[in-house]
Design a protein around this ligand. Structure first.
Ligand SMILES: NC(=O)C1=CN([C@@H]2O[C@H](COP(=O)(O)OP(=O)(O)OC[C@H]3O[C@@H](n4cnc5c(N)ncnc54)[C@H](O)[C@@H]3O)[C@@H](O)[C@H]2O)C=CC1
Ligand SMILES: O=C(O)C(=O)COP(=O)(O)O
Length: 411
C-alpha cells in the first residue's frame, strides 16, 4: 500500500520572471524535477491557466497573485517571492487557502543601497543632464549647481534593512543622515531620527524612500510633500511606485523646485522589454530613470535564488514555515521515521482533540506535535510513529474535521 505523500516528481513547480538558476539547482538537489521555468511574467490569463496545476510558484515583483488568481490555484501549496516586496501577492487570500508565502528579506538590500548612493552623487553633480548633453555633442563644463555630498543632509524615509544600510554607507561618504520611520529604530552611526516626515523633507538635501507598499504609504509623496522639500533638493525612489504621485513629482521638477530625481519604481511598470515604458518623467533631463533594477545584481539574484528555493524546499519536505510572511511560523526538525502530516485549519475548538482521537483510533502514537495559531487559523504538524498508508481511512477522517483547510502528508 502506498504512502500518502505526493511523490516529489509529481510536485509541479512554476518559476516565473527569470528567477536565478540557483533556485532550479536547489530544487533539483532536493529531488524535485517537475520544474517549469519562464523568463518573463505571464499575462494574467496564461498565469491563471498555468497556476491551476502548480503546487509551488516562484515569482518576483511583477507577477500579481490577486485573490482571483489565488482562487483558481487549487493545488497551490506555497509561494516564493524571489525578492523583498510581497505586496504583489494577496497575503490574506493565500493565508485563508493555507498557502504560506516566503521572500528574501535581506539578499538584495546592499544592491539597492549602493545604487541609491551612486544616484545621490550623480544627482548632486547634475550628471544626468551633462551626460545627455555630451552624447549630443555638447560640453557643459560648469560647476553651477554641482555639489559634493560631504556635509549635505540625506533624509531616509523608512529605516529598515535598506534604509539603515544606506545610512551607514552614506555617512562613510560624509553625508549627515536623518531618518523618519513609524517604528522606533535604533540610529546607526551618527544618524538621527526626526519626529515627522515634514521635518525630514524640510531639512534634507536628498530624500530617499525605503518604505514598503502599504495603504499608509500610497501616495505619501504628493504635491504638498514635494512643496515641503528644500528648493534645489533631490528626490530618490527605489521603494515602490505607488508611494509617489508621479505627476506631482514631474511638476516639482519642471518648476525647478526640485533639482533632480532618480526613480526606479513606477505605479505601472511594463511587463517586459517589448512593452513601452510610459511615464510623465520621460524626457526630463534632470531625472535618472531605471527599470526597477535596484535589486538586480548578479550577487543579489544568486543569493535570492538559493534563499527562497531553500525555504520552499524546507516547507515542502518538512513543513517548516520559518520566515513565512503571511503564515503561522513553525520551525521543525527534519522528519525522522514514521509519518509526518500537516493540517491547516480554522482555529476552532476541537480540531486538535479530533486529530488526537483519530490517531488513537488507529493505534498511532504521536511522537511530535508543532502547533501555531494566529487567532483565525491554526497550523499543526504532527509526527506519528507508524507509516500511515492508503486504505486506512486516515486521510478522509482528517479531511472531514470541521474547519479543515488543507491536509498534506510529507515525505
Ligand atoms: N527597487 C528595487 O529593486 C527594490 C525595492 N525594494 C523595496 O524597498 C522596500 C524596503 O525594503 P526593506 O528596507 O528591506 O524593508 P523593511 O521592511 O526592512 O523596512 C521598511 C521600513 O519602512 C518603515 N515604514 C513602514 N511604513 C512607513 C511609513 N508610513 N512611514 C515611514 N516609515 C515606514 C518600516 O517601519 C520599516 O522600518 C521594500 O518593501 C520594497 O518595496 C526592495 C528591494 C529591491
Ligand atoms: O525585492 C524587491 O522588492 C524588488 O522590488 C525587486 O524586485 P525584482 O525581483 O527585481 O522584480
Amino acid at each position: 500500500m502506498s504512502n500518502l505523500s505526493l511523490a516529489k516528481d509529481k510536485i509541479r513547480i512554476l518559476l516565473l520572471e527569470g528567477v536565478h538558476e540557483n533556485a532550479i539547482r536547489v530544487f533539483e538537489n532536493a529531488g524535485y524535477s517537475n520544474i517549469e521555468f519562464h523568463k518573463k511574467a505571464l499575462d494574467e490569463e496564461v498565469l491563471k491557466e498555468k497556476i491551476k496545476d502548480a503546487h509551488i510558484v516562484g515569482i518576483r515583483s511583477r507577477t500579481q497573485l490577486t485573490e482571483e488568481v489565488i482562487e483558481g490555484a487549487e493545488k497551490l501549496f506555497s509561494v516564493g517571492c524571489f525578492c523583498i516586496g510581497t505586496n504583489q501577492v494577496d497575503l490574506r487570500s493565500t493565508l485563508s487557502k493555507g498557502v504560506p508565502v516566503f521572500n528574501a528579506p535581506y539578499s538584495n538590500t546592499r544592491s539597492v543601497a549602493e545604487l541609491v548612493l551612486a544616484e545621490a552623487i550623480m544627482l548632486m553633480r547634475g550628471i544626468p543632464a551633462k551626460n545627455a548633453s555630451c552624447h549630443e555633442g555638447g560640453w557643459i563644463k560648469s560647476a553651477a549647481g554641482s555639489f559634493e555630498v560631504r556635509g549635505k543632509t540625506l533624509g531616509i524615509v523608512g529605516y529598515g534593512h535598506i534604509g539603515s544600510q544606506l545610512s551607514i554607507l552614506a555617512e562613510a561618504l560624509g553625508f549627515k543622515v536623518i531618518y523618519f520611520d513609524i517604528v522606533n529604530k535604533l540610529p546607526l552611526g551618527n544618524a538621527s531620527p526626526v519626529e515627522t516626515l515634514d521635518q525630514l523633507l524640510q531639512m534634507s538635501d536628498v530624500v530617499s524612500l525605503h518604505v514598503p507598499d502599504t495603504p499608509e504609504t500610497r501616495n505619501m509623496m504628493g504635491a504638498r510633500e514635494f512643496g515641503e522639500m528644500k528648493k534645489g533638493a533631490h528626490f530618490i525612489n527605489a521603494a515602490r511606485g505607488t508611494v509617489v504621485d508621479i505627476p506631482a513629482l514631474a511638476d516639482a521638477l519642471k518648476s525647478d523646485h526640485l533639482a533632480g530625481a532618480a526613480v526606479d519604481v513606477f505605479p505601472v511598470e511594463p511587463k517586459g522589454a517589448d512593452d513601452e515604458f510610459v511615464s510623465e518623467l520621460r524626457g526630463l533631463s534632470n531625472v535618472i530613470l531605471t527599470p526597477h533594477i535596484g535589486g538586480s545584481t548578479q550577487e543579489a539574484q544568486a543569493n535570492i535564488g538559493t534563499e527562497v528555493a531553500e525555504k520552499l524546499v524546507k516547507y515542502s519536505d518538512d513543513g517548516s514555515t520559518f520566515g513565512a510572511v503571511n503564515f503561522m511560523e513553525v520551525s521543525l526538525p527534519v522528519k525522522g521515521s514514521g509519518t509526518r502530516f500537516m493540517h491547516i485549519h480554522e482555529n476552532k475548538p476541537g480540531v486538535m482533540a479530533r486529530i488526537a482521537e483519530i490517531m488513537n483510533e488507529h493505534g498511532f502514537n504521536i511522537t511530535g506535535q508543532y502547533l501555531q495559531t494566529d487567532g483565525e487559523f491554526g497550523y499543526v504538524v504532527v509526527d506519528v510513529d507508524a507509516d500511515i498508508v492508503e486504505g486506512q481511512g486516515v486521510r478522509q477522517a482528517l479531511t472531514d474535521i470541521a474547519g479543515t483547510i488543507r491536509l498534506r502528508f510529507l515525505r
